[in-house]
Design a protein around this ligand. Sequence first.
Ligand code: GDP
Ligand code: IMO
Ligand code: MG
Length: 422
Amino acid sequence: MKNCAIVGTQWGDEGKGKIVHFLAEKADVIVRYQGGNNAGHTIIFDGKKFVCHLIPSGILEKSKICLIGNGVVFDPLEFIKELEELEEAGYDCQGRLWVSDCAHTILPYHRLLDAAKELKSKNKIGTTKKGIGPAYTDKAARQGIRLAEYIDDEAFEKLLSANLENKKEELGCDIDKLKNEILAGRNKIVGRLRNFVADTSILLAQNIKDGKSVVFESAQGTMLDVDHGTYPYVTSSNPVSGAASCGSGIGPGAIQEVIGIAKAYTTRVGEGPFPTELDDEIGEKMQNIGGEFGATTGRPRRCGWFDAVVVKTAARLNSLTGIALTKIDVLDSFEKIKVCVGYKYRGKMLTAMPANRYAYQELKPEYIEVDGWMSDTSQITAYDNLPMKAKDYIAKLEKLCDTPVSIVSVGPDRKATIVRDL
Ligand code: GDP
Ligand code: IMO
Ligand code: MG
């Protein structure tokens, strides 16, 4: 199998976890390269369900090596929780799961600052309150504490004291008490954590040299990318494929394929523009059939038609070599299906999202409408057996997004995956 990056093409929750787990069967190494435990990647197989937040979705393939790269913001307490859940379920991780010593840590004060900002701000982002933004802010401001320092008693205490002193006013709480709580929490887990810390860049390079194949796993989606997404309603990192190399510590030549995961419709959690959003019974129907509730926060996901402007943009930004189209089964009972092909804005037709945030509210989606297939696709295992109208829909999306659909997903279970022979 070629080394392959898996990216979300919309606003997240496209089914990355399912597809990474599916592809992990044939790969040797799975590496997460950005984001943190704001992600919620659902994996369903053999009647079991798991949600991975920080640990790569490949971990459920028992013989695979999983890496958490330097581009990830890493909450040590949450990591240990997730690790223990996996171990309880029979997944031994020691010796095959490694976290970059360069990954920046998310500390309890990052979570406090994230939540406080959301509470106070007039223009809410609707973050997951996991401390992602404040941790990346510290990283860019050169005030972060990396994992290598977190596991070093002396270095950590020194850096923590300095950071808390800096943030005293912003935090507005008893700094000494907070410091003691942070140290106590850390001391409980740090012995365990040390077994998982490594230079993951060297490990990755060695594996590639040995001819092993790698899946690069993104979190979030292209429209949540801090550079290319619907700023400021974005996350604080780069989910696009270009960041896979930087965030895992390997050159871009190591990535040979890029698969974009796209839902057959669109969803979004949190605030921000969503031109094809359906605030009516059709959107409600998508939400109910698709089970569209956040895997991390449980919030209902906003739903709407497939936006080809968004996915075509994602194809360009990520150099997609293929699309994995997920959840087409959710559209099985829709008589008519719409696809957005452009936005009307002040009398002009736009074929990309504008950069000026004040234009977002004025975008009016332009649709084409196709017939639905009105039959159950969830048991279909071969592309040729899909209803003709479903194949027409897929062909239309391929054309509009300028990318072949190489995988079709017809249900949440790993088995409900059709790989196309293109
Ligand atoms: P991720 O964050 O991109 O990994 O996606 P999530 O796990 O947050 O959300 C995707 C949801 O859709 C999960 O509940 C999956 O189990 C489910 N899912 C994935 N693929 C399919 C599919 O083809 N059909 C249906 N019905 N559900 C799917
Ligand atoms: P996966 O990997 C969907 C959204 C939040 C919010 C914005 C910023 O499961 O696709 P943050 O906590 O990152 O600072 O929040 O980004 N968001 C996601 N939406 N899926 C995700 O992850 C998300 N991770 C963050 O809802 O709007
Ligand atoms: Mg998710």
